[in-house]
Design a protein around this ligand. Structure first.
Ligand code: PLP
Length: 386
C-alpha cells in the first residue's frame, strides 16, 4: 500500500480541496431547501400534519415504482414499522445479514424478534442467496405453510437483506426463496435510493422496503425515512401505526392499538422535496466520482468495489477492498491523519456483545469483507446552488 500518499493527493484533487477535512459524505443543499422550508413555515404546518408530507410520499412512490410510500421520522422507524405490518411478532426469528448497520437488527429487536445471520457475498456485499438457502435447508421446515425452526419450533417470519453501500443485493433470487419458504421479504434499502437490479428499483422486490433520508444518505430530510409497498392494506396500517394508531375523526382521540409517533414532520418533508429536485444531478455526480475512483484503482492495481452485473448502483459510498486487516488499518490511519475521511465497514453484528449470541450460519465472507473493505469520500461534486 505504498500508494496511500498518491491516493490522498488524488482525493484532494478530485474534490478541489487542497487543505481542510474532506468528509465521507456531505449533504448538498442551498437556496432551494431554504425556499421550501420557508413555505412550510409560512403555512404554519411544521409538524406531523401537512401537505408536503403527502407530496414527498408521492414523489418517493413514483420514483421507486411502488404504489404507496409512508414517510417516517427516520429509516430505523421505517424498518420497525415495515417489520410490524409484515407480521413480525415477539418470539419470531428474522433472517438478515451480519454485515449491516446496527439499525437493521435493532428494528428486528424492537419487534421482540431475534435476528439470524447468514453470510454475504463479495460481488454485491449483500445477503448471499446460496447461504440463505443452505441455512433454511439445514434448520427450517415448512409446517402448515409456516416456516419454523426445526429444533425449537419457533416461527421464522421474515427475511431482511440490505443493499450494502447502495449496491443491489441479489433480491430476485432471495425473493424466490422467500416465496418457497413462506417468508415475508422486507428490503433494507436505506442506502440504496437510485439503485436498480434488472431495471427495477430496489426496495420493491418484496412485501415492503425501507429507505432512510438521514444527513449522510444520497438525499436527506435532516432525519427521515420511508416505507414503500404495493399493498394498500399494509400501507394503510403502516400510516396508522406511525400516527399513534389514532382513528380518523374530527375531534376524538381514539387509538385502537399501541402505535408510534413516527410520522415525518412537514418541515422535514419540505426540505425533502427540494432535495428530490436535485436527485438526478446528485446521482450522476456520484457516478462521476465512482468512475474517477475506478480509473484510479485500475492505474494503481487497487481493488475498487464496482456495481454488480445487471445492476445500476447509486454508489452511495465508494469502497476499496484492501489486501488484509493490517493494510486496512494502515490506510485508515494515514488517510484520516491527512484529513481525508475514510472508514471501515461496520463491526459485523455477531461481533457486537448485544447480538453475539444470535443464531448464525458460517460467516467467512462477512468477516473477510469487514476486515478489508474501506469507504472513501463520496460526496457529490455538484455544489448547493448549481
Ligand atoms: C442509515 C441506515 C439505516 C437507518 O436509517 P436512519 O435514518 O439513520 O434511522 C438502516 N439501515 C441501514 C443499512 C442504514 O445504512
Amino acid at each position: 500500500m505504498s500508494d496511500v500518499g498518491a491516493f490522498i493527493r488524488f482525493v484532494r484533487e478530485l474534490y478541489g480541496q487542497r487543505e481542510g477535512a474532506i468528509a465521507l459524505h456531505a449533504p448538498t443543499m442551498g437556496q432551494r431547501e431554504k425556499a421550501w422550508v420557508n413555505q412550510a413555515i409560512d403555512s404554519t404546518f411544521v409538524s406531523s400534519v401537512g401537505a408536503f408530507v403527502t407530496e414527498f410520499e408521492q414523489r418517493i412512490a413514483a420514483f421507486v415504482g411502488a404504489r404507496h410510500a409512508v414517510a417516517t421520522v427516520n429509516g430505523t422507524a421505517a424498518l420497525h414499522v415495515a417489520l410490524r405490518v409484515a407480521g413480525v411478532q415477539p418470539g419470531d426469528l428474522v433472517l438478515t445479514q451480519a454485515l449491516t448497520f446496527v439499525a437493521t437488527c435493532n428494528a428486528i429487536t424492537y419487534c421482540g424478534a431475534e435476528p439470524v445471520f447468514v453470510d454475504v457475498e463479495a460481488p454485491t456485499l449483500g445477503m448471499d442467496p446460496e447461504a440463505l438457502a443452505a441455512w433454511l435447508a439445514d434448520h427450517a421446515v415448512l409446517a402448515a405453510g409456516q416456516c419454523v425452526e426445526r429444533q425449537s419450533g419457533r416461527v421464522i417470519r421474515a427475511c431482511v437483506p440490505m443493499h450494502t453501500l447502495g449496491h443491489p443485493a441479489r433480491v430476485d433470487a432471495i425473493a424466490q426463496l422467500c416465496g418457497r419458504w413462506g417468508l415475508a421479504l422486507i428490503e433494507d434499502a436505506a442506502e440504496a435510493l437510485g439503485s436498480y437490479r434488472a431495471g427495477r428499483h430496489v426496495g420493491t422486490f418484496g412485501r415492503l422496503g425501507a429507505f432512510s433520508f438521514n444527513g449522510n444518505k444520497v438525499i436527506t430530510t435532516g432525519g427521515g425515512g420511508a416505507v414503500v409497498t404495493d399493498d394498500e392494506a399494509l400501507a394503510r396500517w403502516a400510516r396508522h401505526l406511525t400516527t399513534t394508531a389514532k382513528r380518523v375523526h374530527p375531534w376524538l382521540f381514539d387509538h385502537d392499538e399501541v402505535g408510534y409517533n413516527y410520522r415525518m414532520p412537514n418541515l422535514n418533508a419540505a426540505f425533502g422535496i427540494a432535495q428530490w429536485e436535485r436527485l438526478p444531478a446528485l446521482l450522476s455526480s456520484k457516478r462521476q466520482v465512482a468512475d474517477a475512483y475506478r480509473q484510479w484503482a485500475d492505474r494503481h492495481g487497487w481493488c475498487f468495489v464496482q456495481e454488480p452485473s445487471d445492476t445500476r448502483s447509486n454508489y452511495w459510498l465508494n469502497a476499496f477492498c484492501l489486501p488484509d486487516l493490517q493494510a486496512r488499518d494502515a490506510f485508515l490511519q494515514a488517510t484520516n491523519a491527512a484529513g481525508v475521511m475514510t472508514r471501515p465497514l461496520w463491526t459485523p453484528m455477531h461481533r457486537l456483545p448485544i447480538y453475539q449470541r444470535c443464531r448464525r450460519g458460517d460467516l467467512p465472507v462477512t468477516e473477510k469483507l469487514s476486515d478489508t473493505v474501506v469507504n472513501v469520500p463520496s460526496s457529490a461534486l455538484t455544489q448547493g446552488d448549481e
